[in-house]
Design a protein around this ligand. Structure first.
Ligand code: GN1
Ligand code: MG
Length: 342
C-alpha cells in the first residue's frame, strides 16, 4: 500500500485523486508532494528525533493563535486538521503525519546568490521572532531538549570520541583535533548564557535558506517553513544559522573546501535584514553578542556532523560513506573564515 493510502483518509481525502512525488532535502523527515486539483505537502515526522510530536503541535497552536489575533495578515503556515480535529494522524507504525496546503507560485532556494535574498530571508526569520516578542514564552516547550546547547553538543562529541572505532577515529583525527582546539567557544557560550543577558525568545532554530518560501515572480518572502523547532531559544541560534548557511557560496555538502569563502556583502545583508525586524526589540547586550552567533552555530554543526560520523552515521541521512566527516570539515573551514572576518 502506498504511503498516502493509509494516511489520507484520516484527513478526509481520497488517495486516488493525487499523484505523489517525494520531495525535499531535509535530513530528518520524509516529505511528499500530493499533486491534484489542489496540491498538498504531506510529511512524516521522524519520531526518534522528535520524541514528543505533540509538543510541536502545541507550540504551533499557541503561536498561530497569537499571530492570528495580533498580526492577522501574517502568513503563518498551519497544518490541516484531521477529520477528528487533530494536528497529526498516526500510521500503523506509530509515525505522526502532517498535511499542509501546497503554496502555489513559490520557490525555495538552496543557496543565497544575492544580498537582496539574504536581506529578505533574514528579515523573514526576524519578523517571526519579533512578532512573537510579547507572547508568553512559558506556554512553549522545547521540541528537542537542549537542541542548540553548545555545551551539550560538545559533551556528545566527547562521548562519541571515547567510543569510536579505531578506523573512524583515524580518519577523523584532523577534525577531532580542530574541534578540541575550538573549546574556548564553548566557554564563551557558557559565559554568555550564564550572564543571562540574552532573552529567551521564540526562535525558529532551523533558519537555513531553504526554509523560506519566496514568491516565484517578485522574490518577496511568502512564508517561513519547517516550524518543528519553533520553541524557546536565543536569537544567536537563528541569526547564527543564517550566517552559517547564507554567507558561504556553497552548502554544507560541498567537498571541495576551496569553494568555501566568506562573502562580506552577504554577511552584512543578513545582519541588516535581521535587525530590520529585530533591532527594536533587541537589548544592547544582545546586539553585542551578534558576532558570536555565526561562530557558535557553525561550531555546533561541525560538532554534530562529526559526532554522527564517530557514532557510525545514525542521525543524518548520508548518501556516501564519510559524508558526515566531509560536512564537519566543511563547517570547520567556514568557521575558520568566520573567526578571521568577524
Ligand atoms: C537538520 O532535517 P533538516 O535538514 O531540516 C537538523 C538541523 C541542521 C540541519 C543541517 C531536527 O535539519 O538542526 O541544521 O539538518 N534538524 C534536526 O542541514 O536535527
Ligand atoms: Mg528542519
Amino acid at each position: 500500500m502506498a504511503i498516502e493510502d493509509s494516511i489520507l483518509p484520516a484527513f478526509g481525502m481520497s488517495p486516488e485523486k493525487f499523484s505523489v512525488d517525494k520531495i525535499g532535502t531535509g535530513h530528518i523527515h520524509q516529505t511528499y508532494k500530493l499533486n491534484g486539483k489542489i496540491s498538498y505537502i504531506l510529511q512524516r515526522i521522524n519520531k526518534s528525533v522528535f520524541k514528543q510530536p505533540e509538543v510541536i503541535a502545541s507550540n504551533l497552536r499557541f503561536a498561530s493563535e497569537y499571530l492570528k489575533e495580533k498580526f492577522p495578515n501574517y502568513n503563518f503556515l498551519r497544518s490541516i486538521a484531521t477529520i477528528d480535529g487533530m494536528e497529526m494522524a498516526y500510521d500503523a507504525d506509530g509515525f505522526p503525519w502532517r498535511l499542509f496546503l501546497f503554496q502555489e507560485n513559490t520557490i525555495t532556494i538552496d543557496k543565497v546568490d544575492t544580498p537582496e535574498e539574504a536581506f529578505r530571508a533574514a528579515a523573514g526569520f526576524g519578523q517571526l521572532t519579533s512578532h512573537l516578542n510579547n507572547i508568553d514564552i512559558g506556554k512553549f516547550s522545547e521540541t528537542i531538549p537542549r537542541f542548540h546547547d553548545l555545551s551539550l553538543r560538545y559533551q556528545q562529541f566527547l562521548d562519541a570520541r571515547s567510543q569510536v572505532s579505531m578506523e573512524r577515529r583515524r580518519s577523523a583525527d584532523g577534525c577531532i583535533a580542530a574541534c578540541e582546539q575550538l573549546y574556548s567557544l564553548v566557554e564563551m557560550y557558557e559565559k554568555l548564557i550564564g550572564s543571562e543577558s540574552l532573552r529567551l525568545r521564540v526562535t525558529h532554530n532551523d533558519t537555513k535558506i531553504n526554509n523560506i518560501l519566496f514568491d516565484e515572480v517578485s522574490k518577496e518572502v511568502v512564508s517561513v517553513i519547517d516550524l518543528d523547532t519553533l520553541m524557546p531559544g536565543y536569537f544567536i541560534y537563528d541569526l547564527g544559522d543564517m550566517v552559517r548557511t547564507f554567507v558561504s557560496p556553497v552548502t554544507e555538502e560541498e567537498a571541495d573546501y576551496e569553494k568555501i569563502v566568506f562573502r562580506k556583502e552577504i554577511y552584512d545583508s543578513v545582519l541588516e535584514g535581521y535587525l530590520s525586524e529585530m533591532g527594536e526589540v533587541m537589548s544592547s547586550d544582545e546586539k553585542n553578542a551578534i558576532p558570536f552567533a555565526g561562530k557558535m552555530m557553525t561550531f555546533i554543526m561541525a560538532l554534530r556532523f562529526l559526532t554522527d560520523y564517530l557514532n557510525g552515521d545514525i542521525y543524518y541521512h548520508t548518501m556516501y560513506s564519510g559524508q558526515n566527516l566531509t560536512r564537519a570539515g566543511n563547517q570547520l573551514r567556514f568557521l575558520e573564515l568566520l573567526v578571521k572576518h568577524t
